[in-house]
Design a protein around this ligand. Structure first.
Ligand SMILES: Cc1cc2nc3c(=O)[nH]c(=O)nc-3n(C[C@H](O)[C@H](O)[C@H](O)COP(=O)(O)OP(=O)(O)OC[C@H]3O[C@@H](n4cnc5c(N)ncnc54)[C@H](O)[C@@H]3O)c2cc1C
Length: 589
């Protein structure tokens, strides 16, 4: 074992052991060697923890492996928390097995509808150190959340009703994380907005924590999702140049080069403490003031409580605001709510009655043309979504939103629907002679989101502000890029696949976003930057692109500096220190 692995091994023992009984719960994401499996922390709020997934694009991935210390020898019954992610009249796509001390347990897993405990088999444990492996059988997104070793053959059903608290009991977790850290500013979400907020605040001398649930920064711009940054730099060119991307095609591997630049530049700031692979899971407010944000490491399970006088929510999904009780909106407003109708486009632009359609989420993907033929299986579980659609790569318009699906609560279903669309469309395309040499090179497993919760500020930004080019006295962000709002193609033509979208473009001259849309209306010490800023559904259409959201982040970082200087909350920067704030922004170029 290498020194690093040994250290991790010792740390992970805490995460594995249940001190009170011989039963042992092993969180799959904390496996020491992930092999070809990936840690998926996107659905923690629904699942109770991240899980491991065999994202092999049709080729079984190498085994994940770990070592666990058993205090008692004897016979154990073994369960895995898993699911058949496409139940139906076909072989489950994500099948796998568990190997314990070299013995492959009898049952194939990943075969039951919905997340539940599946029985893997019985094993005799004769040593204290036990090796566990996950053996992927398909390469098609098998998933394992946790493994449970029990001395009795009783399925751990209570876990299904309240898994998060059951886990807490199993691990003997305290409510308050033992480790606490205090900062001038705590930023959650390391997309372009969060990165820009961290840099601008740090440049002014603030001690900043940036909490991000992925190993790399950039959110949708990261090499993991691969969207290029659009928009203008406004007053923040110098800052945004440290973290932006070139205009490579969506899904291109070139995202890697800008990734290195972004990560290096943020890490260079001594007063930014970067918490990569940490996911915030709670925030509490007292008298409408956030006192702390709690976060957990996505693989070790270690926890930290972050305290600060002020916080930034740049999670995209408005999580910090949501947990703290901030007012927010979701879905499309009725056209009359803010007077945003565009007659030419009718319902597709802004509906008569409010609904839950928003701009959808995407999974980008790429192919590689090789010198020889590559087989790809026919997939009945995928073709029921793809139908006869054929494609060898994806673009931004591979996008999914439905009135009955919530972009946060149903995000796993949305991601999985996109995976079925991708694998099925590729399988269809591979039947054609001209595509025989194509091979899947990269399919993201992270869902790239465009829209979900929008936190409400003192001002709600709408399409009218674009049309009128409202020059707010507190304008801190500016943009010239056209407004584009998306709709699902099948809303216009029922024969179109439901996973493809269309964009409606509105050409515009310069428009501005006011500072009052960047802090919460009712949570006194909360800023928001990014797609969860205060706006209507149509109002988000323009400013959601990443240089504009980056400007929001940079503006918020500077506002936090004024807050610190005078010991005030975000609103008072507007009411008492606006000119000083605008002067500070003016100096940034
Ligand atoms: C397919 C696609 C194409 C697009 N095309 C373009 C384009 O060409 N150009 C452009 O500029 N924009 C484009 N957009 C829009 C743009 O990418 C988004 O609007 C933008 O990324 C929003 O920025 P953000 O910083 O608010 O959120 P994100 O980029 O989503 O970043 C937020 C980050 O916070 C992290 N996070 C969330 N919750 C937590 C938590 N609890 N704890 C810790 N971390 C957390 C997430 O992992 C995420 O990485 C596109 C979007 C998609 C999906």
């Amino acid at each position: 074992m290498t020194k690093l692995k040994l250290t991790l091994f010792i740390a992970f023992q805490l995460f594995y052991l249940n001190a009170k009984s011989q039963d042992i719960l092993v969180e799959a994401e904390s496996f020491i060697d992930k092999g070809g499996w990936v840690v998926d922390p996107q659905f923690v709020e629904q699942m109770g923890s991240p899980y491991l997934m065999a994202h092999g694009m049709g080729v079984p991935v190498s085994n994940a492996a770990t070592k666990v210390n058993f205090q008692e020898k004897g016979t154990y019954y073994v369960w895995a928390r898993t699911k058949n992610w496409v139940p139906g009249n076909w072989e489950a796509p994500g099948q796998f097995k568990i190997i314990v001390n070299g013995k492959t347990l009898k049952n194939t897993l990943g075969v039951t509808t919905g997340w539940s405990w599946e029985y893997a088999g019985k094993v005799k444990i004769n040593s204290n150190d036990v090796n566990i492996q996950l053996l992927d059988l398909t390469g098609f997104n098998g998933r394992c959340d946790a493994i449970y070793f029990s001395k009795s053959k009783k399925i751990p059903t209570d876990a299904e009703t309240n898994l998060a608290s059951w886990r807490k009991t199993k691990f003997g977790e305290t409510t308050v994380p033992k480790k606490q850290k205090t900062y001038d500013l705590v930023i959650t979400g390391g997309g372009l907005a969060g990165c820009a907020a961290a840099i601008s605040a740090a440049e002014q001398g603030l001690h900043v924590a940036l909490i991000h649930d992925r190993p790399v920064l950039g959110g949708n711009a990261s090499e993991e999702i691969r969207v290029h940054t659009l928009g203008i730099y406004g007053k923040f060119k110098r800052i945004l140049k440290m973290i932006d991307t070139k205009h490579y095609p969506n899904g291109s591997f070139e995202a890697k080069y800008d990734q290195e630049k972004r990560d290096r530049n943020v890490k260079n700031f001594k007063n930014i403490d970067l918490f990569l692979n940490w996911r915030a899971y709670d925030a509490k407010a007292k008298n409408n003031i956030i006192t702390h944000v709690d976060a957990r490491h996505t693989t070790t399970g270690e926890r930290i409580r972050f305290t600060a006088p002020r916080f930034v929510d740049s999670t995209g999904d408005g999580w910090i605001g949501f947990w703290a009780g901030a007012k927010f909106s979701y879905g499309r407003e009725s056209a009359s709510t803010y007077g945003e109708a565009w007659d030419e486009w009718g319902e597709l632009w802004s509906p008569e009655k409010a609904d839950n359609f928003v701009m959808g989420s995407s999974v980008l993907w790429q192919n590689k043309k090789t010198n020889k033929a590559h087989a790809f299986p026919q997939l009945p579980w995928a073709s029921s979504v793809a139908k006869d659609h054929k494609a060898i790569a994806g673009e931004w318009y591979w996008e999914f939103s439905r009135n009955d699906l919530h972009q946060i609560n149903d995000a796993e279903e949305i991601r999985d629907h996109m995976l079925r669309a991708i694998f099925g469309s590729f399988a269809n395309a591979k039947k054609m002679e001209e595509n025989k040499n194509y091979k899947l090179q990269w399919v993201s497993y992270l869902v790239g989101k465009r829209e979900s919760r929008r936190l409400l500020g003192d001002y709600i930004y709408t399409f009218n502000d674009v049309k009128k080019h409202t020059k707010f006295k507190d304008a801190v962000v500016e943009e010239v890029r056209e407004v584009d709002v998306h709709y699902q193609r099948n809303l216009k033509d029922g024969k179109q696949p439901d996973f493809l979208s269309e964009a409606i473009f509105y050409e515009t001259e310069k428009y501005y976003i006011p500072y009052r849309s960047l802090y919460s209306k009712n949570i006194k010490n909360l800023f928001m930057a990014g797609r969860n800023f205060s706006c209507s559904h149509v109002g988000l259409g323009g400013p959601r692109v990443m240089l504009t959201t980056g400007q929001m982040g940079a503006a918020v970082g500077l506002a936090a500096t004024i807050c610190k200087k005078y010991g005030v909350n975000p609103r008072e920067v507007y009411t008492n220190y606006l000119q000083e704030y605008l002067n500070l922004i003016e100096k940034q170029q």
